[in-house]
Write a protein that binds this ligand. Sequence first.
Ligand code: SF4
Length: 460
Amino acid sequence: MISLGCPKNRVDSEIMLGVLERQGHSIVSDVAEADTVIVNTCGFIDEAKEESIDAILEVVEGKGRTGKRLLVAGCMVNREGAELAREIPEIDGFVSLDQITEVGRIVELGSGEAPLPAPSHATFDHTEPRLLTTGGYGYLKVAEGCDNPCTFCAIPLWRGRFRSRSVESLVEEARRLEEAGVLELCLVAQDTTRYGEDIGLGRHGLVQLVEALLAGTRIPWIRFLYAYPTTLDSELLRLMGTEARFVSYIDMPLQHSHTEMLRSMKRGGTAKKYLELLERARRYAPDVFLRSTFIVGFPGETRAHFDHLLEFVRESRFDHLGGFVYSPQVGTPSADLVGRIPRQTAKRRYEELLEAQRPIALESRQRLLGRRLEVLVEGACEETEHLLQGRHHGMAPDIDGRLLINDGTTEVPALCEVEITEAYADDLVGRIVEDGTRGLEGESATVREAVTAAPQPLTE
Ligand code: SF4
């Protein structure tokens, strides 16, 4: 399984692996050893599509005459499966977003038709088997689809209407993740802060869900990702400020700050309202870490609009910031807008945006020097086994840099007390001052001999 794209896709990959394992297939970690390779694609922006196509072509190249089967799954299948079938005839079959639990049949058949472009309708629940691939943390997908009208985004065209899962099903799945050793639960959806609206939970659906997860599990860290600014609820901020296990962290993609751009993107709110919201978050949860993402080069973005964004970024002082260069997506309203920005200009603005954020990120990390923080130690550092790697509560998996540990030992995964000794714009360095007090029984690791937790089945 080559899983690309966002954590929502990752969950789909884990369900497919769970289904395959339950049906008696063995999962191997080396593509060369596999009889069947599944590439789970992402189609959000051009770069994501290119990465997916590169991954497919790499498998095609390795296929040669080995008889290896290549299946393609995920967003690109629902969106442009027929084109993929035409352009890359070496693809043996397709798994659409609604066929995830049928993957066993498709693997056994060794082929499958590309579906016509269509939005997904399915929702998967706790009864599906799932093979956890993330070690000390696990994603909990609380809803599928999206009803927002953002003019640059094609996701609703294939992920379909917003549909929440029930609180009971999510608590049950969280319990299984806990039994499998998860110390951190990350709630994800396209639009997480709207959770529950469509199933009658009203405006505070996410609050109710988090409260149920806190009561129904003992998982030490619960976080949510992808807040939408107009549905981020003060009650949720209040809960964050009072409940230690609901970690103080908000990832809220704002996309832009200038009112004209926000209107053209059909995003709710204004820079003033966003700043008030950030101020409220910091007031309710003083140790909150904030992350946002912005689009540069949206059609019609003038230098003045972009300068407004730079000023907004300097004023809001996000701890973590990401951005991407706008690319028009077929079927979205913004693809027809006039005022296209040359790609070179957009790329320069992207670099400028990241440059503006650098001193802010460095300052945010330097504030932690000398502090002792609870850190989820996850295993050996990717580049060298001589260092351990972990995250404090203000760092979400995969996106917010790394906390490297160059002194101390612990079991992994484990929550340890770590003193921060060095701070850089991307990474932190620290030393373990108290070993994994909240860790689980597991393999012992020193700085020299760290191991990452092996994937664990999440079946009944
Ligand atoms: S909130 Fe907007 S950007 Fe996010 S998935 Fe929905 S439509 Fe796309």
